[in-house]
Ligand binder design. Structure first.
Ligand code: LMR
Length: 397
């Protein structure tokens, strides 16, 4: 039965970590996978998470199953963090929430949920989008179409192109996948005015907005980064949201996230919760507990919550500073090409905007690891390697 199978190509993002580990060049730099790193190049456990874990270790008294939708307290707190505690969709009990194995788990649960509601529905994803969006949606049975998103010449969102395609080519009942903030891979986000225009279009055409918010807090702040999504939720009757605690709580391997479904009224929310739970039960049955328990311990304790917010602010500031420093370091190499767009973009990622051959040289000649699209993770830079990275970029240019 298995003889006819062919190998799946290595994951374009995760395989970079494998190659990086194998590289013996002492100057190697990892700008690949989207994990935050500190000045020492280490992905440390956040202090608030360590404190929460100590508490869990001394207080947790069972390993019995959690429910299909995970911890109710986690779901409530994460919905408040994502939507804002006073959002009217929460007050109106229009939101169904499930704790999921990471943001990817949330994406898959929501994709399958959509496939139950409208089998074979079309999901419009931006060009470009996170590489794994497409296989996740397709594995759930959904069809993919693309709208223009990033203009590689201006290094800005191609908002006119996006609007034109979504206006002309979508049908009622199609799904539009948007990044809540810190667009992966481009770092180019919609402005609030653009969110407003998109929300009006989505509503007028009867589309379902699907917002993936995996980097909340890494751009401008927890509330600022969710402002577009909250505005969208104010305007449309139905919407789905995949939220992740991987980056903002640094809980990557604990697989912690949430799937949220906003319905037009409280009765429908009860139905959507049961359908979502059905999808989960037929898949992984129920989510792992530990990461969500750590996140809810932090969010429920004002002191730990403040500590976490402060740590997140430090991370955010470091990424912003690195953006400016990289632009300066490239300039210092005498490069005429303008890289100042890197300073205007948000979150961990930007495209360098160089060719695949130049990326290949950076990886294979200089041991600077980045995705073939030229996406870099800014958080992989530090005072020790930034000049080397700028020099290497100058060399391949
Ligand atoms: C990334 O884009 O690097 C992260 O979201 C990690 C992943 O799973 O791809």
């Amino acid at each position: 039965m298995f003889e006819s199978l062919r190998a799946v190509p290595a994951d374009p993002i995760l395989n970079l970590s494998v190659l990086y580990r194998q590289d013996t060049n002492p100057n190697k730099v990892d700008l690949g996978v989207g994990v935050y790193k500190d000045e020492k190049g280490h992905t440390a456990i956040m202090e608030a998470v360590s404190r929460a874990q100590e508490r869990i270790l001394s207080e947790e008294n069972t390993k019995a199953y959690v429910g299909i939708a995970g911890s109710k307290q986690f779901c409530d707190l994460l919905a408040q963090v994502t939507l804002g505690a006073d959002h009217n969709v929460l007050a109106d009990k229009r939101v169904a929430v499930a704790q999921t194995p990471g943001g990817s788990g949330a994406l898959r649960v929501l994709a399958e949920f959509i496939n139950v509601a409208k089998p074979g529905a079309t999901v419009w994803v931006g060009n470009p989008t996170w590489a794994n969006h497409i296989p996740i949606m397709q594995s759930a049975g959904l069809k993919i179409k693309q709208f223009p998103y990033y203009d590689r010449a201006s290094k800005e969102v191609d908002f006119d192109g996006m609007l034109a395609t979504l206006t002309a080519d979508t049908q009622a009942g199609d799904v539009v996948l948007l990044h809540g903030c810190c667009h992966n891979p481009s770092g180019a986000d919609l402005t609030l005015e653009q969110w407003q225009t998109t929300a009006e279009l989505v509503k007028a055409k009867g589309l379902l907005p699907f917002v993936d918010i995996a980097y909340q807090g890494l751009g401008e702040g927890m509330d600022e980064d969710a402002a577009g999504l909250r505005l969208m939720a104010n305007l449309v009757p139905e919407m789905v949201i995949a939220s992740s605690c991987s980056k903002n709580f640094g809980l990557y391997r604990e697989r912690t996230g949430a799937a949220m479904i906003i319905s037009s009224n409280a009765e429908h929310a009860i139905l959507t919760q049961s359908q979502m739970n059905g999808v989960i039960r037929a898949n992984y049955s129920m989510p792992p507990s530990h990461g969500a328990l750590a996140a809810e311990t932090i969010l429920a304790d004002p002191k730990l919550k403040q500590m976490w917010r402060d740590e997140l602010k430090t991370m955010r500031k470091r990424i912003k500073d690195l953006r400016s420093q990289l632009v300066d370091a490239i300039k210092a190499e005498g490069i005429e090409q303008d890289f100042s767009f890197i300073e205007r973009q948000k979150g961990m990622f930007s495209f360098l905007g160089i060719s695949a051959e130049q990326v290949d040289q950076l990886v294979n000649k200089h041991s600077v690891y980045l995705v073939s699209s030229s996406r870099i993770n800014l958080a992989g830079l530090n005072q020790h390697n930034i000049a080397y990275v700028a020099k290497s970029i100058a060399a391949v240019l």
